[in-house]
Design a protein around this ligand. Structure first.
Ligand SMILES: [Zn+2]
Length: 251
């Protein structure tokens, strides 16, 4: 398991819940105890333009700190994807999140679509020829779905099930249906019992990690990575990320 993190993710780059001071510190402390952390390089313009318009790039670039942080987050996702392409699990502890960023617009505390940049970068370099993106955030990743809607090589999964058992069943059953080269995860923890969704506990997140790791082992040579999306209660976020990664490792 490789964890990608950059100290600049702690900076207050915007006024929104994802950029809130103190949001990532407990998760960072928890992961630091268990794993070596790897600093990602920033994504560059060519990476971003794989999925976004030049106009969108220019609109984000107006704000220097936001742009810097958003490029680092896309870079962390890209690094995690490259590690996963080699058969090792990876997680990007990063912000801003990305799954509400479409090609030419964004909302919901997202600016560049980190997971879309990461997957597109592997596809572009022919390191993979298909991907399954599993988005278990409370909110539908409309940006990701928009970006890949005409791309037959990328499948997008999200469930609106509001009961934990049904949610886990849906994930387990649906994972059987796909045969991707890699599983990319938009890991949003705002469905947590102590978060906005009030639904999933640490056992559920552990199970999600295990289901994804099992599927990756059986279907795509262990190629699995996850990128942080939502999750707004700092302590719960830390515990949920830890449980999810443990599930990935124990499978
Ligand atoms: Zn969300």
């Amino acid at each position: 398991m490789k964890i990608y993190f950059h100290p600049d993710f702690l900076k207050h780059y915007a006024f929104d819940p994802a950029a809130e001071p103190g949001r990532l510190e407990p998760a960072l402390a928890a992961l630091e105890r268990k794993y070596p952390l790897h600093e990602p390089q920033s994504a560059v313009e060519d990476d971003i333009l794989l999925v976004h318009t030049p106009r969108h790039w220019l609109s984000i670039a107006k704000d220097q700190l936001l742009h810097h942080t958003a490029l680092l987050a896309a870079g962390a996702a890209k690094a995690a994807a490259e590690t996963a392409a080699g058969g090792e699990h990876a997680f990007a502890l990063c912000r801003p999140p990305g799954h509400h960023a479409s090609s030419d617009s964004c909302w919901g505390f997202c600016y560049y679509n980190n997971i879309a940049v990461a997957v597109s970068s592997l596809l572009d370099r022919k390191m993979i020829d298909s991907a399954l993106i599993v988005d278990f955030d409370l909110h539908f990743g409309d940006g990701t779905a928009n970006i890949f809607k005409r791309n037959d090589a990328v499948f997008f999964w999200h469930s609106r099930e509001s009961a934990p058992t049904l949610f886990l069943e849906a994930l387990e059953n649906d994972l059987e249906k796909y045969n991707p080269n890699i599983i990319a995860v938009s890991a949003g923890f705002d469905r947590g019992v102590d978060d906005w969704g009030g639904m999933l506990n640490i056992k559920h997140y552990h199970r999600i990690g295990a289901l994804l790791a099992r599927s990756a082992r059986q279907k795509c040579g262990n190629r699995l990575f996850a990128v942080l999306e939502g999750g707004y209660n700092p302590r719960a976020l830390a515990a949920n990320i830890e449980a999810f990664l443990q599930g990935m490792e124990e499978e």
